[in-house]
Design a protein around this ligand. Structure first.
Ligand SMILES: [Zn+2]
Length: 297
């Protein structure tokens, strides 16, 4: 498979170097390995880097069918346990979007998961729409929030063009096999002057360099990794103009943080302690994710 990597999926450059030796095999992958709350840190693909645009990508990008079929099967009840803290992240994003689009309008969330962001946006007066491959998550959003999220793959879905005021891709493009098609599709469905918001880990951040292969974003679910340079390249090349770029601040509970590490598992078994820790929000300015807002010209 390594021999097939001859061209950068982002910019088409042919100077590709080996970035990091991974430890995952596609044939062993299960839906549990790529669910949002997986804690399989330190497991990642063989990674390659483009010398021109800085994009870092895995050979898994070439196996879109397998990846998509795994996403359809994902069940992740743990994800919604963090709904309150995830809401704090999404409210910050929606508040910023509303500075750019105070009139609100139609918002489309790609990879809507259990509908936390869409539910918040709806309450704030947006007309909402979204898509999500996991059948479980789509049903969950319907049962919990009464939301009708489309079940499917964004890149392949039939959607109205020049229709939405805002498209959100929060922690999404590092998961999908074809980010170029994904961002171009967002461009198509947005109206002129529409806004695309992307949040994704920054592989060139201080944290990523400091922790090396132990960086928490090196996970089976992440098929490729962006930096400011490669994300800027992707957006500009798809017709967008970047209007704002900032570092993403994460909020999650103390429980969630500890549950990422196997060493704390025995400690978290007590229901009384766990439920307390789930209520303690942590706000971490790790600076290792990029949050970018781009305008369709
Ligand atoms: Zn490239």
């Amino acid at each position: 498979m390594k021999k097939n990597i001859k061209i950068c999926p982002l910019c088409g450059n042919r100077e590709i170097k080996f970035f990091r030796k991974g430890n995952i095999k596609l044939e062993n992958l299960s839906p549990n390995d790529i669910k949002i709350t997986d804690s399989q840190y330190g497991k990642f693909w063989d990674l390659f880097a483009c010398k021109n645009c800085n994009y870092i990508f895995s050979s898994a990008l070439a196996s879109a069918n397998i990846i998509h079929s795994l996403y359809k099967e994902i069940k992740d009840p743990e994800y919604d346990e963090e709904a309150e803290n995830r809401s704090l992240n999404f409210i910050r994003i929606l508040s910023f979007i509303e500075k750019l689009k105070p009139e609100k309008g139609k918002l489309f969330d790609v990879g809507a998961a259990t509908g936390i962001l869409l539910n918040l946006a709806k309450k704030r007066g947006w007309k909402i729409d979204g898509i999500e491959p996991s059948k479980w998550a789509v049903n969950y959003a319907l049962n919990k929030y009464g939301l009708r999220i489309k079940e499917g793959i964004f890149e392949e879905a039939e959607l109205s063009e020049n229709y939405y005021d805002v498209v959100t891709m929060i922690d999404l493009i590092e998961h999908i096999p074809d980010p170029v098609t994904g961002v171009k599709k967002a461009y198509k469905i947005l109206k002129k002057n529409g806004i695309l918001c992307i949040v994704t880990p920054d592989v060139r951040s201080f944290m990523a360099k400091f922790f090396g292969k132990r960086w928490w974003h090196f996970r089976p679910a992440h098929l490729s990794y962006f930096s400011r340079k490669s994300l800027t390249y992707l957006l500009k090349n798809s017709g967008f103009e970047i209007v704002k770029e900032r570092k993403y601040v994460w909020t999650f509970s103390l429980y969630y943080l500890l549950s990422r590490f196997k060493i704390f598992t025995p400690l978290l078994k007590s229901h009384r302690i766990s439920s307390l820790w789930k209520r303690i929000p942590l706000k971490l300015a790790l600076g290792d994710s990029i949050e970018v807002y781009a305008l369709k010209k």
